[in-house]
Design a protein around this ligand. Structure first.
Ligand SMILES: Cc1cc2nc3c(=O)[nH]c(=O)nc-3n(C[C@H](O)[C@H](O)[C@H](O)COP(=O)(O)O)c2cc1C
Length: 200
């Protein structure tokens, strides 16, 4: 028997310079679609108005201590809308992969831009994921990375990303009311008016 419930709609917006954050966004989208949600995933420069979706996930790579250009602006521009939509924020950087005494200290710190955006959007949750760390050409940057104890390579923890996507799906399924299509419609009635045009 066909279900009369529509899928919940989710927008995933990401900012990515080299592609690792984009892949996390696409991965989360696939995971959430497999769970029955209707998910649109877009880079921030093509992202639509979040007000057209029931829930939103926002994620950016961290470069030089901040989000990528345009990402914080998007959150600021739609802050009022985002405050009225359940939304979640993630960052992708070296943080979770830092090791050693200096690394352990910096690992505990949340970049100020994360706190600002989380407050602006009233995000329900935040995760910092490790990204892909490539050996930089500049000696100074290589020394900093060594000081922080960060290894090179693809450090993404797909199990942690999967678990977070599933947490968001559970929240949406539990907290958002099911959207129901009109139960019946007289096939002879061809007018599109009140009561016939879509979900109540
Ligand atoms: C120029 C540059 C600056 C970076 N600055 C930071 C930083 O300040 N903090 C951090 O945790 N990671 C930093 N990283 C690591 C990136 O966040 C990481 O490589 C991430 O996976 C990049 O995401 P993307 O592939 O989506 O662009 C930097 C990387 C580059 C290339």
């Amino acid at each position: 028997m066909a279900s009369d419930q529509t899928e919940h709609t989710v927008l995933i917006v990401y900012a990515s310079a080299a592609g690792s954050t984009a892949q996390i966004g696409e991965f989360m989208a696939r995971r959430m679609r497999d769970a029955g949600l209707h998910v649109r995933v877009e880079p921030v420069d093509r992202a639509p108005d979040p007000g057209c979706f029931e829930a939103v996930v926002l994620g950016s790579a961290i470069h030089n201590g901040g989000f990528l250009p345009g990402f914080a602006d998007y959150i600021e521009r739609y802050a009022q809308t985002l405050k009225q939509r359940p939304n979640w924020l993630f960052s992708v950087g070296m943080g979770p992969a830092l090791r050693g005494p200096v690394g352990a200290f910096f690992k505990r710190l949340t970049p100020p831009v994360v706190t600002e955006c989380r407050t602006s959007a009233a995000s329900k949750g935040y995760r910092g994921f490790a990204g892909v760390v490539v050996r930089p050409p500049e000696l100074r940057n290589r020394l900093l990375i060594r000081l922080f104890g960060c290894p090179y390579g693809d450090l993404r923890d797909w199990a942690a990303i999967t678990a977070w996507a599933d947490e968001i799906v559970s929240w949406i399924d539990d907290a958002l009311p099911a959207t129901r299509l009109p139960a019946t419609r007289d096939p002879a009635d061809t007018t599109i008016g009140e009561g016939n045009s879509g979900p109540a």
